[in-house]
Write a protein that binds this ligand. Structure first.
Ligand code: NDP
Ligand code: TDO
Length: 285
């Protein structure tokens, strides 16, 4: 199996480059080799590499900035995946793509299922949903993993921001009315590899039976405030934490109040997922 992996400098891409090694030859490309805002280049690289599988964790992930860069976010998160899908189909290859809890409006306080109605409340979420829809519409063999609140010990993420701020400030004010499930980048990469090992063994029949959209988030749920408490507890850092309302932390992008997803479908069919608190402990150790 020849795997074209995008975004290998990102949180998930970095972990995937390691996790996918046992599955075949991994051709990992970064922005310098394949810029997702250049659709001709995306097409050309795929035609040059001729993969049997494309794994695409690259994305425009700056949620607030996307509000003022909607066109760029849409090109990277929707149009580039559409080109990947089209080219993968031409090659009879499969496509693994990542999406987000932010495709949901977050108004209903029950874990979302894959079959639930979407309705993004910000530009980033809308661009990611458009990417999902383009892939599904293309008819390519695909897996779309919707994940949430991704963190790890490298890259740009909430955990590293909180560790930095807690060392610099006496007090942190953190929103306590947005609910979600923090998910370690390594959990995403290892789960992807587990599922792809099954796909490799099962061939075309496997994709017919199991292809589609899956929620891939850690078990349990929390708020950004409680997540910060847990991070500082693991790091042994004492800093005053004050819970605040979303309204007291104005941002350019609106965020869903409740974006917990049920990963039961993935857990039952293909791969068990850890509780967010256990994964956080493991990550920080
Ligand atoms: N981060 C999160 O909290 C969440 C992420 N997701 C989804 O999971 C997936 C992985 O996210 P994550 O690893 O956290 O994201 P990161 O922001 O850590 O990494 C994004 C990657 O995309 C690359 N990239 C961005 N723009 C371009 C471009 N124009 N051309 C080529 N590469 C580009 C970045 O390259 P460079 O280093 O050069 O910028 C980087 O390698 C994405 O699909 C994201 O939407 C879903 C839910 C939560
Ligand atoms: C820095 C900071 C943030 N916050 C709030 C702002 C926001 O509501 C919440 C999270 O902040 P962030 O901007 O780090 O997180 P955000 O960029 O919204 O994270 C999202 O990223 C994209 C890519 C996804 O797909 C989502 O699943 C989700 O992980 O924390 C505070 O309350 N206090 C603070 O000091």
């Amino acid at each position: 199996m020849k795997i074209l992996l995008t975004g290998c400098s990102g949180q998930v891409g970095y972990e995937l480059e390691r996790s996918l090694q046992g599955l075949g030859e991994v051709v990992a490309v970064d922005r310098a080799r394949m810029d997702l805002s250049d659709l001709d280049q995306v097409r050309a690289v795929i035609r040059d590499v001729r993969p049997s599988l494309i794994v695409n964790p690259a994305a425009y992930t700056a949620v607030d900035k996307a509000e003022s860069e909607a066109e760029l976010a849409h090109r990277i998160n929707a149009e580039a995946p559409a080109v990947m899908a089209e080219e993968a189909k031409r090659l009879d290859a499969a496509l693994v793509h990542y999406s987000t809890d932010y495709v949901f409006p977050g108004t209903d306080p029950a874990p979302r299922l894959e079959t639930d109605a979407t309705g993004p409340v910000n530009v980033y979420g809308a661009s990611k949903l458009a990417g999902e829809q383009a892939i599904v519409a293309s008819g390519v063999r695909h897996l779309i993993f919707r994940t949430s609140w991704v963190y790890g010990m490298r890259g740009k993420n909430f955990l590293l921001t909180m560790l930095k701020l807690a060392r610099e400030r006496d007090e942190l004010r953190i929103v306590a009315d947005q609910h979600g499930a923090p998910t370690w980048s390594r959990t995403i990469a290892d789960s992807t590899a587990t599922v792809l090992a099954q796909a490799k063994a099962g061939g075309a029949d496997w994709w017919r039976a199991h292809g589609g959209v899956y929620h891939l988030s850690s078990q349990g749920q929390t708020t950004w405030f409680e997540f910060t408490q847990a991070i500082l507890e693991e790091a042994g850092i004492a800093c005053k934490l004050t819970p605040i309302a979303t309204a007291d932390y104005p941002t350019p992008a609106k965020r869903p109040a409740y974006s917990v997803m049920s990963s039961q479908k993935l857990g039952q069919d293909l791969c068990a997922l850890p509780h967010w608190r256990d994964a956080l402990r493991l990550c920080m150790r």
